[in-house]
Ligand binder design. Structure first.
Ligand SMILES: *Cc1c(COP(=O)(O)O)cnc(C)c1O
Length: 366
């Protein structure tokens, strides 16, 4: 596969490492001398069992997942987990209450969905714009909550937690869809972590769930069987046909990550990439503005406005970027502007090309 011209700064589905695509291409028609594609393998075959076990072991190794945690490969995406989390955990304690820390669109949507299944306590005061995380001394945590929920990285607003919230023993549930494996993380601090694959660890179709085993077996009677964590855990995520090809791709991404030096190496690279863009923004004399509080700025998704939201100029920026083969830089429709997504697969060289373009653009349009 010739090196690809296009630089894909998409927020998700996002860029995959070229080595992963190459490997998938090489094996596409004849996987491991089976004579068929992974897509055509039985999910009960020994070949596929190896694929799913390899993916799980790759992840366990990369994140040092303790033995008392299960790894599940589910479907329904991040939105599916907005429902699955309350369906499985809302009744953990009497009163069926859950704490939601809302710092952007995704956690807001999760809280809205959870409200169907129990009482949702909003931990933070309602915010006009999502541009930061209020100090923990201002949080209203309920010690009787079944769980505390938050989103580690708000993909649309570019607000990221750089510390893990303290919950005094209440199980912590985290949506890591857009920053899982971008840095090391202490799994033992969490009750549940979940992540849709299509941002940082694979292609759409599979959703990873990492769950402490004492939290299995509390699903509401109405919980759909395929969303029941205990049933999925008891069936090696094969209660029904899992998204076999997506799991295979995820396994290749984990192998690639290991070869790059794992989460530690990614953290260093991601910090360098993000700093390059933030520094450029902060030193642009207000030409570029990143609205997020410096303490909570995301290393993965950087929302930027040009000249305080000059939509005409922002459109020119996007058009000119496209001419330089840089795609998917448009901000989410709810916030506008530019959004630079710098997931693991985006290289330093690609980030430098964008930085050069941004500097030239500023010089030409200031
Ligand atoms: C993309 C995203 C979601 C939604 O994922 P779907 O797979 O489209 O349902 C949820 N949370 C975060 C943080 C996301 O980035």
């Amino acid at each position: 596969m010739a090196s690809r011209q296009i630089i894909n700064f998409a927020p998700g589905p996002a860029k995959l490492p070229e080595e992963v695509l190459q490997k998938a291409q090489d094996e596409l028609c004849n996987y491991n001398k089976t004579g068929v594609s992974v897509m055509e393998l039985s999910h009960r075959s020994s070949d596929f069992t190896k694929i799913i076990n390899n993916a799980e072991n790759g992840l366990r190794d990369l994140l040092n997942i303790p033995q008392n945690y299960k790894v599940l490969f589910m479907q329904g995406g991040g939105n599916g987990q907005f429902s699955a989390v309350p369906l499985n955990l809302m009744n953990l304690k009497e009163g069926s209450t859950a704490d939601y820390i809302v710092t952007g669109s995704w956690s807001a949507k999760a809280a809205k969905e959870a409200d169907k299944y129990g009482k949702v306590n909003m931990v933070l005061p309602k915010q006009e714009d999502y541009i930061g995380i209020p100090d923990q001394c201002m949080w209203n945590l309920n010690p009787g909550a079944s769980y505390v929920y938050y989103c580690a990285n708000e993909t649309i607003h570019g607000v990221e937690f750089h510390d893990i919230p303290e919950t005094n023993g209440v199980p912590l549930v985290c949506d890591m869809s857009s920053n899982i494996l971008s840095r090391p993380v202490d799994i033992s601090k969490f009750g549940v972590i979940y992540a849709g694959a299509q941002k940082n660890i694979g292609c759409a179709g599979v959703t990873l769930v990492i769950i402490r085993d004492d939290l299995l077996g509390h699903a509401m009677p109405v919980c759909p069987v395929i969303f029941d964590y205990k049933i999925q855990a008891g069936n090696n995520s094969c209660y029904n046909t899992p998204p076999t090809f997506s799991i295979y791709i995820m396994g290749l991404v984990f192998k690639w990550l290991k070869a790059q030096g794992g989460a530690q190496a990614m953290a260093k690279l991601n910090q360098r990439k993000a700093s390059m863009i933030y520094d450029l923004v902060d030193n642009s004399n207000g030409f570029y503005v990143s609205p997020v509080d410096v303490k909570s700025r995301s290393f993965m998704n950087i929302p930027i406005r040009i000249k305080n939201g000059d939509e005409h100029l922002e459109k020119i920026f996007l058009d000119e970027a496209l001419k330089q083969d840089m795609i998917q830089l448009k901000g989410h429709r709810s916030v506008g502007g530019i959004r630079v997504s710098l997931y693991n697969a985006i290289t330093m060289t690609e980030t430098e090309k964008l930085a050069v373009f941004m500097t030239k653009f500023r010089n030409n349009h200031q």
